[in-house]
Design a protein around this ligand. Structure first.
Ligand code: HPA
Length: 276
């Protein structure tokens, strides 16, 4: 069965289970951020494991549910939990959920993640809008024969993060009373955190944030001509910048402490994301 046929099956299942033929926008909740989805009003919850062909996250702190949330201007899919390349998944699986969202009608997708802070002025707990990315893994979800039904062989990434969504996120940050800052996100494969030398390389290459997700999803969505926005939660200072060793506990603890900020941003964002 082709990737495209599997995606169609998943999208049909989502439409049937949610009773909503179409979703207009989606948000992916990253490490430690999934909890936001619980308690969204009018949300219909569908476990990933019930959706045909959906990969099911194995990492702690990643739930695996999608939520269909109705707003005045349209329906938003909230994807709580994602799978990562470092878990050993093929990149077709890593991007399966966002491609399903795109096939379900989503024309805008906002990707969130937990990231290490590389730029000098970042602190744990900061939320940063992604301006652009660096793919430092040498991997790409579009490697292999191109399916023209998804998109072109050589998609343009000169505006990988939609200027329009970046403006919307600037407004949303203002509404939430947060300092608005943008940065370049560097994708590292993981699962080991980086060395201090690698972080210096990222910094000199123009990276402000470092993490193990998001970039393959952005590439797959741009391939499908979907507008992408990105938000990183700085959960720790990157290796060599932080005075202490890095740990997954620090990442999840910072995410838990930043809950109020994340909630404020997503509460302001979701109703506007489905709109014009
Ligand atoms: N490096 C890579 N990925 C991360 C980090 C980091 O410092 N923090 C959270 N995800």
């Amino acid at each position: 069965m082709s990737v495209y046929d599997r995606l169609e099956e998943a999208a049909r299942f989502v439409a049937r289970e949610t009773g909503r033929d179409r979703h207009d926008a989606a948000v992916v909740l990253g490490s430690g951020l999934s909890e936001y989805a619980r308690g969204l009003e009018g949300a219909i919850e569908v476990p990933y494991r019930s959706v045909p062909h959906f990969p099911v996250p194995r990492v702690e702190g990643h739930a695996g549910e999608l939520y269909s949330v109705p707003f005045a201007d349209g329906n938003v899919l909230v994807l709580a939990g994602r799978v990562h390349a470092y878990e050993g998944w093929d990149l077709d699986d890593v991007v399966f959920a966002v491609r399903t969202a795109a096939l379900s009608g989503c024309r805008r997708v906002v990707l969130t993640n937990a990231a290490g802070g590389v730029a000098d002025d970042l602190e744990p707990g900061d939320l940063v809008v992604i301006r652009d990315h660096l793919n430092l893994t040498g991997r790409n979800p579009l490697v292999g024969p191109n399916d023209d039904r998804l998109g072109p062989r050589f998609p343009d990434l000169s505006a990988a993060y939609s200027p329009q969504l970046r403006s919307l996120l600037a407004e949303v940050f203002a509404e939430a009373g947060l300092r608005h800052r943008e940065g370049v996100y560097a994708w590292m494969l993981g699962p080991s955190y980086e060395t201090p030398a690698e972080i210096q390389m990222v910094k000199r290459a123009g990276g402000d944030l470092v993490g193990m997700s998001t970039v393959p999803e952005t590439i797959a969505l741009r391939h499908m001509d979907v507008d992408v926005g990105g938000i990183s939660l700085v959960t720790n200072l990157a290796a060599g910048i932080s005075p202490v060793p890095l740990s997954h506990e620090e990442v999840t603890e910072t995410a838990a402490r930043a809950k109020a900020k994340i909630t404020a941003v997503l509460d302001a964002l979701l109703p506007r994301l489905a709109g014009p």
